[in-house]
Design a protein around this ligand. Structure first.
Ligand SMILES: Nc1ncnc2c1ncn2[C@@H]1O[C@H](COP(=O)(O)OP(=O)(O)O)[C@@H](O)[C@H]1O
Ligand SMILES: C[C@@](O)(CCOP(=O)(O)O)CC(=O)O
Ligand SMILES: [Mg+2]
Length: 320
């Protein structure tokens, strides 16, 4: 039997990090996906392969351990956690193919987790729906990262543009968001678990300064929601720039992220900000009428990813 699933990556427009403290956030699924294939094993071993990142490991699912055969570890922890939680330990072959730059703030961890869960549910013929899948995927991210908001796994599951409110209500924007965005990314990676921990420590050391910043990030997100509904691009851009400033305040900005953010603005972007956990990774720039100019300016020093928002969330199939 072969079970296959795929899930989209995402970009956070507003509210990364503050969302971890219950503030609202807005994120959209993008047309870059992670694909998982699960097959019956041909020998007695469970093997995980990710050819795009040159990774291969034998998994000892009972012990939640692995024997590294190729590449550097990291993403494997999400796969192992899913198997440890759900799998009956029969030997299987797992392949990850991904269009998503890994560890770059575009939610590869959530896309991989959601696709892995969906494929495994299919493999075991377990019924699931998007609500239960998003919940389970969030639990996996939380177990691996220590702290995680439900945002990335929600977007990877449902697709589309999502607003997550202060009381964790999910709203799906019903607007045409075919808007000219450019994503820039560096080859220097952050690690979400570490970045979230660093922000928490900064907040604990300086509560009177950082707590109001986190609240302001939430307030800004609520203004952004209104601006998106009105398709007021200038306002969206202005709020993105403010959001970037707040991300700098909480310590997740880097030289490379700043370089991309300001290169984009100089080339005509009306808003640009770090997206995702920071510490390396990606920026997103809103640039109506200036896509080529902005892409060229970012590409001078860093990498450009052309993205579109997509309504397509998780998808899965089984072949007998
Ligand atoms: N080359 C790589 N091979 C395997 N795992 C990697 C590699 N680069 C990064 N990772 C891991 O992938 C995961 C990426 O998740 P995360 O830090 O949440 O970033 P994102 O979700 O934005 O891609 C981390 O666990 C990181 O250790
Ligand atoms: C920093 C955070 O808000 C987003 C992290 O996104 P990513 O893993 O960097 O793609 C953490 C979270 O929401 O769990
Ligand atoms: Mg992640």
């Amino acid at each position: 039997m072969i079970a296959k699933a795929s899930a989209p990556a995402k970009t956070i427009l507003f509210g990364e990090h503050s969302v971890v403290y219950g503030e609202p956030a807005i994120a959209g699924a993008i047309n870059k996906r992670a694909f998982i294939t699960i097959k019956d094993s041909e020998d007695d071993r469970t093997i995980f392969r990710a050819p795009d990142i040159g990774f291969e490991a034998e998994l000892l699912t009972r012990e939640k351990k692995y024997i590294l055969l190729k590449g550097k570890p990291g993403i494997i922890r999400y796969i192992l956690e899913v198997l440890y939680t759900l799998h009956d330990h029969t030997p299987i072959d797992i392949t990850l193919n991904s269009q998503v730059p890994i560890g770059s703030g575009l939610g590869s961890s959530a896309a991989v987790t959601v696709a892995m869960l969906a494929a495994l549910y299919r493999y075991h013929n377990i019924r699931f729906n998007k609500k239960s899948l998003a919940h389970d995927a969030h639990m996996i991210e939380q177990a691996v990262q220590g702290v995680a908001s439900p945002l990335d796994t929600l977007v990877s599951t449902y697709g589309g543009l999502v607003y997550l409110s202060r009381n964790k209500k999910v709203e799906h924007f019903n607007v045409n968001f075919n808007v000219p965005f450019v994503v820039g990314y560096t080859t220097k990676h952050g690690n979400t678990g570490k970045m979230v921990k660093d922000v928490k420590n900064l907040k604990t050391r300086n509560p009177k300064i950082i707590n109001p910043v986190i609240t302001s990030m939430g307030n800004l997100t609520n203004y952004a929601k209104q601006a998106i509904l009105k398709r007021d691009f200038n306002k969206i851009g202005e709020l993105m720039n403010i959001n970037h400033g707040f991300l700098d305040v909480i310590g997740v900005n880097t030289l490379e992220l700043s370089r991309m953010v300001y290169n984009a603005r100089e080339a005509g972007a009306i808003g640009s900000k770090t997206t995702g956990a920071g510490g390396g990774g990606s920026i997103i720039a809103l640039c109506p009428g200036k896509v080529e100019e902005v892409a060229k300016a970012i590409a001078r020093d860093d990498n450009v990813l052309k993205i579109r928002f997509t309504r397509k969330g998780v998808s899965s199939r089984v072949y007998k």
